[in-house]
Design a protein around this ligand. Structure first.
Ligand SMILES: [Zn+2]
Length: 284
């Protein structure tokens, strides 16, 4: 590890040890949403746990298996989006390791072949090749999302709850901005020192990053509140250019989802009312 900066952005297809007993293998699925690709982590030295096998690509999964020494005790999926869980089937076939994860919602955005053998209770500890991982149910990005805390190191595997280099998309109704923020506030209280996201680089100063993301979301929410407050009634298409005026236009197709998630939260909190496509501002 002497010449390797664990905080540097990862490159597609690379294998790196990023912490004691933690290896990151980057899947070959780069895109505007996935960054360099999905990060698969191997945690523990003997009979390790694999977190987020990523896409079903035999080259990638072969690298994962090699790093694991051919033996895996568990495969954990932080959630069942198609860039995170499909590789679980191949790995399970080769190793016999059970797949752990929460049941998938039926919203058309999930890996259709996802079939966990066992769940993960909130706070449950699992053994990972000599290390202890604590599972944390963190709904928001997806209702079945879990993060995993490597307790001794204070390293939090965040899946898609937090990612490096871009903002997580939240797609209602399975995705919930209200629950996303609640989950972030819970994570903030944990003994977390660094974040190991499902996409992008390791992030130091975990609590500051969590605070930054909470602040960023609340600032976006206030932009929506102001846009609705000024117009009194508007569709989300009307306000999108104002609310996301700092985001490149080509990303607006994705921003639409999170805008809807913010609008749903305002309705849940009684700050707005929705009639068909039209949101009416009710005030604070
Ligand atoms: Zn996801």
């Amino acid at each position: 590890m002497a010449d390797f900066d664990p905080w540097a952005p990862p490159a597609t297809g690379t294998v790196q040890q990023v912490a004691a007993a933690v290896w990151r293998i980057v899947a070959p699925n780069p895109s505007p949403l996935t960054g360099p690709g999905t990060n698969t982590y191997v945690v523990g030295t003997e009979r390790p746990v694999v977190i987020d096998p990523g896409c079903d690509d035999t080259g990638h999964l072969g690298r994962v298996l090699e790093v694991a020494g051919g033996v895996v005790s568990r495969i954990v999926c932080t959630h069942s989006h198609p860039d995170h869980s499909p590789g679980a089937r191949w790995l399970k076939e080769r190793t016999g390791a059970p797949v752990h994860g929460l049941p998938a919602p039926d919203d058309g955005h999930q890996d259709p072949g996802y079939a966990p053998d066992a769940g993960l209770a909130h706070g449950e500890r699992i053994e990972a090749g000599g290390e202890a991982l604590r599972a944390l149910h963190t709904p928001g990005h997806a209702s079945n999302h879990v993060c995993l805390l490597l307790e001794e190191a204070g390293l939090l595997f965040t899946g898609d709850h937090l990612m490096s280099g871009s903002t997580v998309i939240i797609i209602p109704p399975d995705g919930s901005m209200r629950l996303y923020l609640e989950s972030l506030r819970e994570l903030r209280e944990l003994p977390v020192s660094a974040l190991a996201p499902g996409h992008g680089a390791l992030m130091p100063k975990a609590v500051a990053e969590i605070e930054r993301v909470i602040g960023h979301r609340l600032a976006r929410e206030e932009k929506l509140a102001r846009a609705l407050g000024t117009r009194r009634a508007a569709t989300l298409e009307d306000v999108l250019p104002d609310v996301y005026d700092d985001v490149p236009k080509f990303m607006h197709v994705y921003a639409r989802y999170s805008l809807l998630a913010h609008a749903v939260k305002l309705v849940e909190e009684g700050r707005a009312r929705v009639e068909g496509e039209v949101y009416r501002w009710l005030g604070d």
